[in-house]
Design a protein around this ligand. Structure first.
Ligand code: ACO
Length: 335
């Protein structure tokens, strides 16, 4: 087995900013309610002509550039998304074409907001086994396209964005040290998009019933999230043979500051070791953890040899945790 780690990382969020004040003009809400309940101040929204694959390609180009790797060198592209451009072909195939990654296999993965960790762990297996040398993983979502802008319980939460990483071989002792992936399908109905698939194909009735929009039981998801963030963090850190004190930076899924505080802070993790950017982007779903990790790198918070714990939860219900020892060598260009 080879050690597999991140050789380059990148992220992208669309230019258009939607603030809490803007939302006050769309639904009955307030900056005060959104800020205190979620910690979100603003989020990014795709332009009229942008789809998930466009966000994915922007993030991927940055990750490839930082890794010093061309599209043609990529063996596999995995796109984690719950808002693909269309049901098929896979968004990963659209990305493969745009990047001229002609030697790459490509598939999508649906794990909600755990998507980035699911893709990271999946991609790393291909590198660790020696089957592939370079895998491009992407978490990308444009949930503003699936949001019911008449439902104040959900429309204030989500934002659009993408993050990407090139996974390849790293020196022994670096890279992915441990992972946990899990799912509890019995909770699937607490967070779903009911229509548009083979169970409830699109019809006048489904459109009139607003079934092509995200439906969520917020309190149920909140309770699950707090519990699973704690369990998955403890499990993955222990699996890596480390203690919580030895984790230099926690990069949790950026859904809600209260979920992060109720899980990590209660476990005694000091706030200066938890990276947060949910205030600027809202919940970007599959993109969230990679977007946070990329910003943490840009802010100089991730140095060579740092131990990182990435933990997320999402639709499915799913969860995923990964402990990485950061590798800052190789072809990496931090321009
Ligand atoms: N503005 C003003 N009031 C609101 C808003 C809003 N945007 N949304 C809800 N309210 C009201 C409700 O109607 C309710 O009023 P009522 O008591 O008169 O009925 C009141 O505020 C409290 O509502 P709750 O739903 O109990 O509020 P809560 O404190 O649970 O916060 C929230 C809601 C923020 C959604 C929280 O439950 C949460 O964060 N849940 C987890 C959501 C999440 O992380 N989802 C993403 C999962 S990841 C993925 O895969 C996409």
């Amino acid at each position: 087995m080879y050690s597999a780690g991140i050789l380059g990382i990148g992220s992208y969020a669309p230019d258009k900013i939607l603030t809490n004040a803007d939302l006050e003009r769309i639904v009955e809400t307030s900056d005060e309610w959104i800020s205190t309940r979620t910690g979100i101040k603003e989020r990014r929204i795709v332009a009229q002509d942008q789809a998930t694959s466009d966000l994915a390609v922007e993030a991927a180009r940055k990750a490839l550039a930082q890794a010093g790797v061309s599209g043609a060198e990529i063996d596999l592209i995995i796109v984690a998304t719950i808002s693909p451009d269309m049901l098929f072909p896979a968004t990963a195939c659209l990305v493969q074409d745009a990047l001229e990654a002609n030697n790459a296999a490509a598939f999508d993965l649906s794990a909600g907001c755990s998507g980035f960790v699911y893709a990271l762990v999946t991609g790393a297996q291909f590198v660790a086994s020696g089957l592939y040398e370079k895998v491009l993983i992407i978490g990308a979502d444009a949930l503003s396209r699936l949001t019911d802008w008449e439902d104040r319980r959900t429309c204030v939460l989500f934002g659009d964005g993408a993050s990407a990483a090139v996974i390849g071989r790293v020196p022994e002792g670096y890279g992915l040290l441990a992972s946990v992936l899990g799912a509890d399908g019995s909770g699937g109905e607490t967070l779903m998009l009911p229509a548009g698939g083979s169970r409830r194909p699109a019809s006048l009735e489904t459109v009139q019933a607003r079934e092509h929009f995200i439906k969520m039981e917020g309190r149920e998801v909140f309770k699950f999230a707090v519990r699973i963030m704690q369990e998955a963090t403890l499990q993955v850190v222990e699996k890596a043979g480390l203690s919580l004190d030895e984790i230099d930076l926690f990069v949790p899924h950026q859904a809600n500051v209260r979920i992060i505080e109720a899980s990590l802070s209660r476990m005694g993790v000091p706030s200066e070791r938890v990276f947060l950017n949910v205030d600027k982007y809202g919940n970007t779903s599959s993109a969230s953890i990679g977007l946070a990790l990329d910003e943490a790198c840009q802010e100089g918070k991730v140095t060579d040899g740092a131990n990182l714990a990435l933990v997320g939860f999402g639709a499915g219900l799913t969860w995923g945790g990964a402990v990485l020892r950061w590798y800052a060598g190789g072809n990496r260009s931090d321009d």
